[in-house]
Write a protein that binds this ligand. Structure first.
Ligand code: SDX
Length: 392
């Protein structure tokens, strides 16, 4: 109690909203998108079909998917003025800083012609974001490596189009790699949505003020950047590289148990999952398969496996139910696909845009939604009188 205010010491977080999009059971390690188990979607669906499912609530029939794919494909271009904006960033700017800026600026190119009270116009904004994220992401990467930008090719599918924009160079055509495209599509499915995580809650809070969807997604990208959230995949690779090889794994585990060190095992633990993150299980299996099919022998995979093995049999981690999460293995696959480490969280943002726009649409379509206004536990001074400066 602070004298003037009392609060329930059993204060617990309350649900921030109602949503029908994603269901998580953290104890059982269950993840459903619109009722469909992530394991089935990972095996049989595609990222674009999952994006449709998250937005519309149902899997599309052939005609609906063809129409959706056409709409996304025909909104991948960027206004030419983006080049000037992008050119203003230093070449060594972090791609996430460029992404936040580029997304926030989208409102100045696409916001003026839209009336968001019209469901069709809201859908168009969502389609634009899903379509343009890969174009912007690839442009940020090419700016940082000094390559000329590449325009989206409509004759390519979503992930192939992105890989082409990322890696095609003037000296010769990029050879499409079906293994890489399939692996990236699967990673995008696994990262597409995850209930009210920090970045999605941010998108909904900003959306609740009536801000335009580009501002909402820019805010979501900013929240995702943190190493406790989407930035963890980049931090995992740096951690594995610092550990270096399997014989240093135990000292890393011991250091993570020492609170004074401030060191945590990146890619371990979760606010909700107190069991294995189902996405981590899928990515873990995929990791071995993708590296084998690509003929990549990455010593960091062995470090990751030894680290996981050591942590999972250590009481500190077992008692706290700390398991590998979605970020633990994904970076090893991104690295095998030639994605630079600083682009890993950008990959996460491309995928999560499908979930973010689905939540924004769901919120905007809810007749009862109001502006978000979280409260607090006040821990400050009791009421007191002002004291003149010469009496302090
Ligand atoms: C994502 O919310 C989502 O859904 C997010 C996400 C999504 O799809 O949107 O799933 C994506 O963000 C996954 C999480 C990625 N972040 C990391 O991998 C960073 C490393 N992990 C953490 O810092 C941590 O586990 C969090 C941030 C994920 C959760 O932090 P909490 O809420 O503080 O963890 P907790 O309350 O469950 O901690 C319980 C205990 C604490 O110790 P005690 O105070 O009980 O002694 O476990 C310790 C923590 O210090 N702990 C860790 C640890 N994570 C928690 N100790 C060592 N290494 C870790 N990684």
């Amino acid at each position: 109690e602070t004298g003037c205010f009392t609060y329930d010491p059993g204060f617990t977080a309350t649900a921030s909203c109602r949503s029908a999009i994603t269901y998580i059971d953290g104890d059982a390690g269950v993840l459903l998108y619109r009722g469909y188990p992530i394991e089935q979607l990972a095996k049989d669906s595609s990222f674009l079909e999952v994006a449709y499912l998250l937005m519309h609530g149902e899997l599309p029939d052939k005609q609906a998917f063809t129409g959706f794919e056409h709409d996304v494909t025909h909104h991948t271009m960027l206004h030419e003025a983006f080049k000037g904006f992008l050119g203003g960033f230093r070449h060594d700017a972090h791609p996430m800083s460029m992404l936040v800026g580029m997304l926030g600026s989208m409102a100045s190119f696409y916001h003026n012609d839209l009336d968001y009270d019209d469901p069709q116009q809201r859908r168009l904004a969502a389609i634009r974001l899903i379509a343009k994220l890969p174009t912007i992401a690839a442009a940020c990467h090419r700016h940082s490596v000094g390559w000329p930008l590449r325009y989206p090719r409509n004759n390519l599918e979503y992930v192939d189009r992105f890989l082409h924009m990322m890696f095609e160079v003037p000296s010769g055509p990029l050879e499409m790699n079906p293994v890489a495209a399939k692996a990236l599509d699967l990673l995008f499915i696994l990262h597409a949505d995850h209930e009210q995580n920090a970045s999605t809650s941010t998108v909904r809070l900003v959306g609740s003020t009536g801000a335009n969807p580009y501002a909402c997604i820019a805010a979501g990208v900013a929240a995702l950047w943190g190493p406790a959230h989407g930035g963890a995949n980049e931090a995992v690779l740096k951690m594995l590289a610092e550990i270096g090889n399997a014989k240093h794994v135990q000292s890393a585990v011991d250091k993570a148990k020492d609170k004074e060190s401030g060191f945590r095992l990146m890619g371990f633990g979760h606010r909700v999952y107190k069991n294995f993150d189902p996405r981590a299980k899928i990515i873990r299996e995929m990791c071995h398969q993708v590296l084998e099919e690509l003929g990549v022998d990455d010593p960091l995979l062995e470090v990751a496996m030894k680290l996981e093995e050591a942590a999972l049999k250590d009481d500190y981690f077992v008692q706290r139910k700390l398991y590998p999460n979605v970020d633990f293995y994904s970076g090893i696959i991104y690295k095998a696909l030639g994605i630079p480490t600083e682009m890993f969280t950008v990959m996460f943002a491309i995928a999560r845009t499908a979930g973010w726009v689905a939540h924004w649409l769901e919120q905007q379509e809810d007749p009862e939604f109001k502006i978000g206004r979280p409260r607090q536990i006040y821990t400050g001074h009791d009421v007191r009188d002002y004291v003149a400066v010469d009496k302090r």
